[in-house]
Ligand binder design. Sequence first.
Ligand SMILES: NC(=O)c1ccc[n+]([C@@H]2O[C@H](COP(=O)([O-])OP(=O)(O)OC[C@H]3O[C@@H](n4cnc5c(N)ncnc54)[C@H](OP(=O)(O)O)[C@@H]3O)[C@@H](O)[C@H]2O)c1
Length: 247
Amino acid sequence: MEKKIILVTGGSRGIGEEFVRGFAAQGHRVVLNYSRSQQQAEEVSTSVENSGGAVFCQQADVSARDQVRAMFDAVEEHWGMVDILINNAGINLDGPFLPMEGEQWQRVVDVVLTGTFLCSQEYARRYQGTAGHIINMGAATALHGRKNGTNYCSAKAGVMTLTKCLARELAPAIAVNCVVPGFMETEEVMERFNLYDPDRRRDMENRVPQGRLGTTADIFRMTSFLVNEATYITGQNHFVNGGEYMG
Ligand SMILES: NC(=O)c1ccc[n+]([C@@H]2O[C@H](COP(=O)([O-])OP(=O)(O)OC[C@H]3O[C@@H](n4cnc5c(N)ncnc54)[C@H](OP(=O)(O)O)[C@@H]3O)[C@@H](O)[C@H]2O)c1
């Protein structure tokens, strides 16, 4: 397996943390990006290093072009060109549509959609190889909608369309794919949907043909396949959701 330099945005917890740990364990060099959770990022980073992994922590708000540029500069100085970009950073600021203020809409669009645009552009402008890969994180709710999620679902729909546009523009040197999780058992989701309540959890599980919530490991397996094994695959949505949404 060829060892790569992989930049994971939002790598301090949840799915991103799984990517950082998993790819470092495979021997890749991993850039762990975060925006505010410095302590969590440093804990993950130290733990990966203690297990013999190579990790480089970089604070940057993915929605700010100057910070994104500075992050890529720092990585280049430290290790060299990024081989693979995983646009994982995301936020949810859920709320009903009618009272939603501009800031609640804009911040989610800025982080989820503009952040993916800015990081992808910075990566693609610098990439000089022939086997690059951008892996975005979508959401099935971008396709079927969700109450209280106009900002998030719309931004993720943008990410999924951006994936296809970039797959066409950046081919053949860079593949662009989108991994689309269903309901994953991350702390953020468990708290936002109150799934620590056993009844609510059971309700949610009953909506999934495979009968359980997803795990960060499920998402890692698909992403690891894309990073390490995929050939001749670009511009696709890769659903990992136990059959909850069949695209
Ligand atoms: N969990 C699910 O069920 C699910 C389902 C569908 C899609 N997804 C998508 O999968 C991705 C990961 O989800 P998750 O549940 O693991 O999220 P999470 O636990 O909330 O973690 C989000 C990560 O993004 C980082 N982040 C947030 N804003 C950022 C910014 N402006 N710049 C850089 N980093 C930023 C956070 O770090 P800081 O705290 O430092 O900002 C954190 O590391 C997201 O794109 C999410 O939308 C998740």
